[in-house]
Design a protein around this ligand. Structure first.
Ligand code: PHE
Length: 366
């Protein structure tokens, strides 16, 4: 009996598959991490085992910091022995953490990091979202053609690879269309933007594009209004957290931003199902990052299933063989470089909510 008991303990001890979620749960962009985590947990509730073993989620906080982004991945792999990682959110974090995952040969699947360099030259880092050449191009076309914007002050967060990249990709397409731009720099954590806004005003910008994250976008919007800027304010997916409205209030009304998901867009049958499940569990509509987190988890588990065993190298290969996966943010195919090609959604802030404005498909101009 004792040996049976020991056997049982040994077997059950090995019968879980550990998946890490490396996210910014505290710090500057903590809203992002918490939103992804909501989606991952809901997905885990839907499918909590694979290959006959239970899936155990391990949440590791990167504190919204670049150095922690790398440490957190090391911790997940070396101490928690995860076979794969969901994360990270910000591109600069995925770049830092992704290098560790690559070296240690453990797959990482980012729900949301859109900078092209995140996957470039790597075998173990993939993503379930579109990349910024497409996002920036879509934002440029929408601004020029739909909003009639011609002269844009581009506010670049020079500490964020995401912001630097998205700015450049926007500018490339926008100037090709005939528009004019001026780059104006700031950095993560800045509180005071009057110098930048004054520059935008004297440039005669008819729009300010802030390519960073929600804390600074909200402050720029407030201070721009206060200083008499009456043009449009534009942003990328970094705007997409309810905290944008909580921080910015009235001032963020009318902001247009590109993103990955809207609960009203219902791009697949799964989207509708997901929205219902989410509302039931959390009593609110799902955010973009929750939807992306849900998809990242589901695609990862599907890859583990196809791998046939919880082997990190096999899982990494299978992630990149994901074909026409019905996700909640779209039909997802991950190519051999670890990237996905998906539609860009445009939202506008109205009455304190994110309203669906339009969708731009890859075949429209890529
Ligand atoms: N795309 C952003 C980045 O790469 C992260 C992000 C995605 C933030 C979606 C909010 C919503 O840094």
């Amino acid at each position: 009996i004792i040996s049976l008991l020991v056997l049982f303990i040994v077997v059950s001890g090995f019968s879980t598959i550990k998946i890490g979620a490396v996210l910014p749960v505290t710090g500057g962009i903590s809203a992002f991490g918490q939103l992804v985590w909501e989606g991952v947990q809901l997905a885990h509730e839907q499918i909590s085992s694979v290959l006959g073993e239970e899936i155990q989620l391990v949440l590791v906080d990167n504190r919204s910091e670049k150095t922690e982004a790398a440490n957190a991945v090391s911790r997940a792999i070396d101490r928690e022995h995860v076979v794969a990682i969901i994360g990270e959110v910000a591109s600069s974090h995925s770049l830092a953490g992704g290098q560790i995952a690559e070296d240690k040969k453990v797959p990482m699947i980012s729900p949301s990091s859109t900078n092209p360099l995140v996957t470039e030259g790597k075998k173990f880092v993939s993503r379930v979202c579109f990349t910024d050449p497409f996002q920036g191009g879509a934002l440029a076309v929408f601004s020029y053609e739909k909003l009639g914007v011609r002269k844009v002050a581009v506010f670049v967060d020079f500490e964020q690879d995401y912001s630097v990249g998205l700015s450049n990709f926007f500018i490339e397409t926008f100037t090709k269309l005939g528009g004019q731009v001026k780059k104006i720099f700031y950095k993560t954590g800045d509180q005071e933007f009057s110098a930048q806004i004054t520059q935008a005003l004297s440039y005669g910008a008819d729009a300010i594009l802030v390519t960073g994250y929600y804390p600074e976008i909200a402050l720029v919007a407030q201070q721009a209004k206060m200083l008499g800027f009456s043009g449009k304010i534009l942003a990328g997916d970094g705007a997409d957290a309810p905290e944008l409205v909580q921080i910015g209030g009235e001032a963020v009304e009318g902001i247009y931003f590109t993103t990955h998901f809207h609960p009203d867009a219902k791009v697949t049958d799964k989207s509708k199902e997901f929205v219902d499940l989410f509302v039931k569990k959390y009593g609110k509509k799902p955010s973009t990052l929750a939807a992306l987190g849900y998809d990242a988890y589901m695609i990862l588990v599907d890859a583990i299933k196809r791998a046939g065993k919880a082997d990190p190298v096999l899982i990494a290969q299978e992630i990149r063989k994901t074909k026409n996966f019905e996700g909640v943010t779209g039909i997802i195919t991950i190519d051999e470089h670890g990237n996905a090609l998906k539609s860009v959604i445009v939202d506008v802030v109205k009455n304190g909510n994110f309203e669906f404005e339009t969708v731009i498909n890859p075949d429209q101009f890529v």
